[in-house]
Ligand binder design. Structure first.
Ligand SMILES: Nc1ncnc2c1ncn2[C@@H]1O[C@H](COP(=O)(O)OP(=O)(O)OP(=O)(O)O)[C@@H](O)[C@H]1O
Ligand SMILES: [Mg+2]
Length: 301
């Protein structure tokens, strides 16, 4: 059963060039199906249209053409009152949860707010959710500025899931986090996904995290899906040259391995783009693809 389906989804933005305005197509005819209980990775270089696709799916922006189906129902043109029950079935978390958390509200109020909006206030449930995402009870009365990036992301997850949505769009939820915190958040998302039978559209640059977490991967380039396959197939045998180039861009552990797409040590994946020093950091993955430990390169796993 399909939780979310995008059909021929297209979005253009007006782009001013000197005196003229032309249409810039951020998303071009995207077909994508997210199954129930599935984590689908959406990867691609910066500007390829990943966030725009997520925003369209959530109907936070309006498509130029195409359709969005939630649980088989076409919601593309539903007016706000009719859309409301579908909105609650679909939630989102972003990379920058700080800007999404009201600085004037306590964490309990922030997590409880979606219930209030839907006319079901329940502070006890908010406290349960703070506990569920691994925050101590004393945090209920704290404010967002008192938290670390990882703790804020836990609050954002609690707030997104308190309505028990079927679908979660996670747009680079771990990109701003340190490597060890990243692994904790990924494990939390993975546990909650299994527990709740969530369907997750997981947007990320970070191919090692995508490999660890997702069932399937869709690769975007310049607004189009250019490749889509089971996660292991993509990493073992990407067919599209663009996907191969993306995989090649993952920093290698040793300079001599830089041009290799196969990973030098089984189970060790390189985290692209977040290494502070010349040596990339590594996440150690077990065969079940759970992120068990984070090590820095040079150490033995
Ligand atoms: N509101 C907007 N107005 C005009 N152009 C936009 C708007 N939003 C996105 N774009 C353009 O659409 C294209 C896709 O942007 P989008 O943010 O979806 O990419 P992305 O894949 O999420 O990139 P990143 O990995 O950097 O987050 C880009 O060329 C971007 O400049
Ligand atoms: Mg983006």
């Amino acid at each position: 059963m399909t939780a979310l389906e995008l059909r021929g989804l297209t979005k253009s933005f007006p782009l001013r060039q000197g005196w003229k305005t032309r249409d810039h197509f951020a998303v071009k005819g995207v077909d994508l199906a997210l199954a129930r209980n599935e984590i689908l990775g959406l990867v691609g270089e910066s500007g390829s249209g990943k966030t725009t696709t997520g925003m369209l799916a959530l109907r936070l922006i309006e498509p130029t053409s195409g359709q969005i189906l939630i649980g088989g129902t076409d919601v593309t043109t539903l007016p706000p009152p009719a859309l409301k029950p579908f909105r609650r079935r679909m939630q989102v978390i972003f990379q920058d949860s700080y800007s999404a958390l009201n600085p004037m509200m306590t964490l309990e109020q922030i997590v409880a707010e979606p219930l209030v909006i839907h006319g079901e206030p329940d502070p006890a449930k908010a406290r349960q959710w703070l506990d569920r995402v691994g925050l101590p009870a004393s945090f209920a009365a704290r404010y967002p500025h008192e938290l670390s990036g990882g703790q804020r992301q836990r609050v954002a997850i609690a707030r997104a899931l308190i309505l028990r949505p079927e679908i979660l769009v996670a747009d680079e939820p771990t990109s701003a986090l340190d490597v060890s915190i990243k692994a904790q958040i990924i494990n939390l998302l993975s546990d909650l996904q299994k527990e709740m039978g969530l369907s997750i559209l997981f947007i990320s640059h970070d191919l090692s995290v995508v490999r660890a977490l997702t069932d399937r991967v869709a690769v975007m380039q310049a607004g189009r899906i250019v490749e889509e396959a089971e996660t292991e197939t993509i990493f073992a045998a990407a067919r599209h040259p663009y996907t191969q180039a993306l995989l090649d861009a993952i920093p290698a552990r040793h300079p001599k391995d830089r041009r290799r797409r196969t990973f030098p040590t089984p189970g060790l994946l390189h985290l692209a783009g977040d290494a502070p020093g010349p040596e990339p950091r590594l996440i150690h993955l077990t065969p079940t693809h759970r992120v068990e430990a984070v090590i820095t390169s040079g150490e033995t796993p």
